[in-house]
Design a protein around this ligand. Sequence first.
Ligand code: TPP
Ligand code: MG
Length: 884
Amino acid sequence: MMNPYSDPDPQETQEWIESIEDALEEHGYERARHLLETLIDYAQSKGARLPFNTTTPFVNTILPSQQPVYPGDREIERKIKSIVRWNAMAMVTKANTETPGIGGHISTYASAATLYEVAFNHFFKGVDHPDGQDLVFFQGHASPGIYARAYLEDRLNKDHLHNFRRELSKKGGLSSYPHPHLMPEFWQFATVSMGLGPIMAIYQARFMRYLIDRHFMEDTGRKVFAYLGDGEMDEPESLGALTLASRENLDNLVFVVNCNLQRLDGPVRGNSKVIQELEGAFRGAGWNVIKVIWGSDWDELWENDHDGLLLKRFEEVVDGDLLKYVVEGGAYIREHFYGKYPDLLKRVEHISDEKLAKMRLGGHDPMKIYAAYNEAMNCKGKPTVILARTIKGYGLGEAGEGRNITHNQKKLNQNELLYFRDRFNVPFTDNEAMKAPFYRFAKDSLEYKYLKEKRKALGGSMPIRTDRSTPLNIPEISIFQELLDGTDEREISTTMAYVRLLTLLTKDKSLGKHIVPIIPDEARTFGMDPLFRQLGIYSHKGQLYDPVDSDQFLYYKEATDGQILEEGINEAGAISSFIAAGVSYSTHGIKMIPFYIYYSMFGFQRIWDFIWAAGDMRARGFLLGGTAGRTTLNGEGLQHQDGHSHLAAAATPNVKAYDLAYAYEIATVVHHGMKELCQDDKDVVYYLTLENENYVHPPIPEGVASDIIKGLYKIKSTKKPIIRLFGSGPILGEVIAAAELLKNDWNIEPGIWNVTSFSELRRDAEEVERWNLINPNKESKQSHLERCLSKHRVPTVAASDYVKMVSEQISPYVPGSYYALGTDGFGRSDTRENLRHFFEVDRYYIVLAAIRALVLDGKMGTSKGDDVMKKYDLDPEKPSPVTI
Ligand SMILES: Cc1ncc(C[n+]2csc(CCOP(=O)(O)OP(=O)(O)O)c2C)c(N)n1
Ligand SMILES: [Mg+2]
């Protein structure tokens, strides 16, 4: 496939080619490769600067002679596929005819149908396969096709299909995209936020290896498949973790990129070739790349391209041209593509215009696709990507095939339906077809039997989501006794308390090995480095070097059976590991408990979309926002000081968020959480913020455990309640100090409450309020807040290290007036004391707010506020932290 047109000495070139041909024929590929590599090395050693080229010619990677025999019945498979296509199209068409604007996609699946059908018939292993289940990330917008197949397999009925995107209908509907939260027995992975699928798939494959290397399961050759859009590959997350997959030799991973050259608005790469670009990126990253560009119809043309003219012509054109050929048809292709070179034109003389237009591309040819999957299954030592050239809206004709509007084509009119019917030989009369009915094979038909048998042989239907895990044995809370007992005089931070907890937990004989500590290059920041030695850092390769600190007891230990996932500076990867571990109960039938600790600011703010997807996928585990709190983390400044993650957490339905002050609270919440996740099978993610301020931790007071979980418990009562203070996390210290000032300087004794979770309090209060609203005839229920507080209708001042909205979220449910102090605004580098003053959450501002609350409540004279300002030297000219 050399291009002779730029060759000054074709004869010499020919001689070299003949030599390589001889080597190939006599000794095979390995020998030919060795010769070429040796030549390249030699030329380089003599100073030749060879261009680095990660791409190969724009042809199929697998030659026709290397294709295996197709093991299926092509005719039956084609019929089945045609009906799946029809039903998928009909589902979207019906939905949009009956409910205009309800949406859905026809064109994505139309382009991917063959990619999926070959895999359904020959590759995807189901849950009952002796090897265990393959994990498949389906391209989100292809969901109609996946539902349509499930309908043919009898897994869904007509009502389901009829109610696509009508999930609230009485008979139940189908979710728009793969959402395990909404269809927990069907979908396994949430994929529709583009870019998350590819990286999550990589980390799923890696976690599968982790479980094998840690002897939780055997290596049975299970695979992770990820079906992706070529437009989707533009997301930084899509390509961002490719080298991890090759570095860790993840040959259990197969990406299939549906290269229809189009995204939503138009071409992915109008001015170049997306397939070539992706090939370069994947090859450069060390992947096995299989290009499936041309279907069997092209074999002959390519075989006859001895002078490389066809290749030269294809290398001249760009994707924008290729798309135009799809739309314009045979005569146009002849004139504009082949017509450029008379020699080329001659080669297609015997092919009609109609045939020229219809020459099938690789991604629509089962032979080619089968060959690619087959190679991917057998590839050792590296992951595989299949780059399959397809046509978006394949078979839609004028209704959208290859057109720029195709992504948004939501329904076909009557003529278009008839065209589609003819195109795929769907057995409907005109009158029938125009109503876009669903078609199902009779139970005794060959097609039905075929598709059922194929799936049976592969271990059952896909996609399917199951939970075959057994509960874990959660030890008594006394394993954390030292945290429950307090620290006496010793001052520690909540981060240190957490690390101690993790150490105790991982030592537990039964539960310990199920803990998956995850960290993105921050272990030393959190004081977790002693665990390196105790647990080992997971590395498939083990440790091939003598670490620089090997003479020390707590050295940097990597091990094949290491327990810690040290992900490097890579929050997106680390959360993907969290997800893989958090859904392991379902994907592998093994409950694992991820504890992912990260720099709080790089959590919700940076990877909230993954956390949302984790919720969708029913992941279970613990997220720990380390060195949190906008003023508690001093010094680091604006980009590091998290004062708002609790706001995000509060809006994430499956996340239970806690801002904790004391070690015993951490022990209580984690213990409760583990039971909920691993014994009660609740799909919950716990989020704890941890801080680095050192102080003394008291022992757990009697009887507070369940209130810690609910979000509020009393620290100090008062005989004559006129005001109460709420404190949260490390700011509780300031609240306690403010109470002292109130008592000593102003003769006011407030009650003090510790708020462990504003968001849990709000959820409970909202639920109770809702129940009372819709049950007007029944006796009202009480929320935890009401039960705790309704005896005294006094003002409340709440202070936290988070933006005011975090504590304000409960204000409608707190009896009496409510004042929130918080850390709104951009952070600063300074001391903790100065920061708390700057953000007006220190003890003096708490006193000021309390006095003002009492003034407004009529309990004190109006001048008192000014007295406080003067006494504590508070500056009325101080600019607002929110605006500067
Ligand atoms: C993060 C994100 N951004 C935008 C979208 C909206 N969106 C849905 S499909 C689509 C185009 C997809 O193109 P491609 O990945 O090439 O898939 P195709 O349908 O062509 O197979 C876009 C922009 C999304 N789902 N997720
Ligand atoms: Mg595309």
